[in-house]
Write a protein that binds this ligand. Sequence first.
Ligand SMILES: [Zn+2]
Length: 368
Amino acid sequence: MSPRNISGVLKSLAMWVALSAPLCAGALSFSNRYRSPRNPERPIRKSTRLIVLHTTEAGARSSLNKLSERGEAHYCIDEKGVVHRIVDKNREAFHAGRSMWCGREECDDHSIGIEVVGYHNKPVTLAQLDAIRELVTILKKEYRLKDTQVVCHSHVAYGAPNKWQKRNHRGRKRCGMLFAMPSVRQKLNLRSKPAYDPDVRAKRLTVGDPYLEKVLYGNVDTMAGKLGRNIALEKPTFFSSFFKKNPPDNSSEAGKENYYAKPPSASSLKVSEKNKKNEQTASAKKPGRKISSSDPKSLRDLEDRMKYIEVGVLGKGRSPYAVAGKSWNSKSAFYYNRGTITRGDRLNPKKVKAGTRVFIRKIRSNIK
Ligand SMILES: [Zn+2]
């Protein structure tokens, strides 16, 4: 190869790297820069029953230095979404402190600790949400954990009796509590969370922080609408009333929830009449079948992270608009339910079902 050819190749390689940079959005970027000097002295963990999410309550540099020095986490995710390896994932990190879950104390010896640079009551960045989701998905698979085994530090931390609390009590910390909020868990692809505090129920602990209890087990969600800046979750306009949930009628099966829209306005009725005609003429095909060649044909296509972002699951209080933002009814939104894929512009909002997964196509320039 002549030098000119080589420089040409290098140039196009550089171009390719530059162009494909956005592709890294779905992939994890790891760093070993803050790997802890404590690693060799830490015992190998015998079991892994929990993934514990924390917030550092401090900036990246001081957090990373401290975590590394003391070996207080397995991973720390900075604001850019970089995953810093601190303690080897098969060893014990000292992240949970005085802790108990399901009667088992010292959660450090059966959990993985992930610190997220940020605060328990403030939204974390989109890059962090992406990175947590990817990392947690990998770890869940590796250690065969369910979504309910992904908890916050505040779930498991407990306090000893003190001036204010006569007994051992939950609520020693609010660390990581935002990761129990519905809108955040949705972004993390976590479909369920612990329904109650097993140690309070068994009377091993008392409730020391009633607000925290509401966040962890109720529906307090101070992050709703503050996440997902790439998919605009602007203030709902008329759609917010459009997607109000009415009680399911007697035709709905048990355990399934249907979401009915309010009667549409006169102008939208005209459109839906037209659609109806089109649908009738196009024979009795399911709406999900009418997919053009470039559209995804299977769940496998949708799960291609280079091409699509999974933005959440429909359900109570999670209308297409709430999940996908203003692109909910666009050609780049796709709804997957039981083998059927429906494109956003063909979605009948009256028939959306809870449990439908929502995907958004990445911008074309990013795919190339
Ligand atoms: Zn913590």
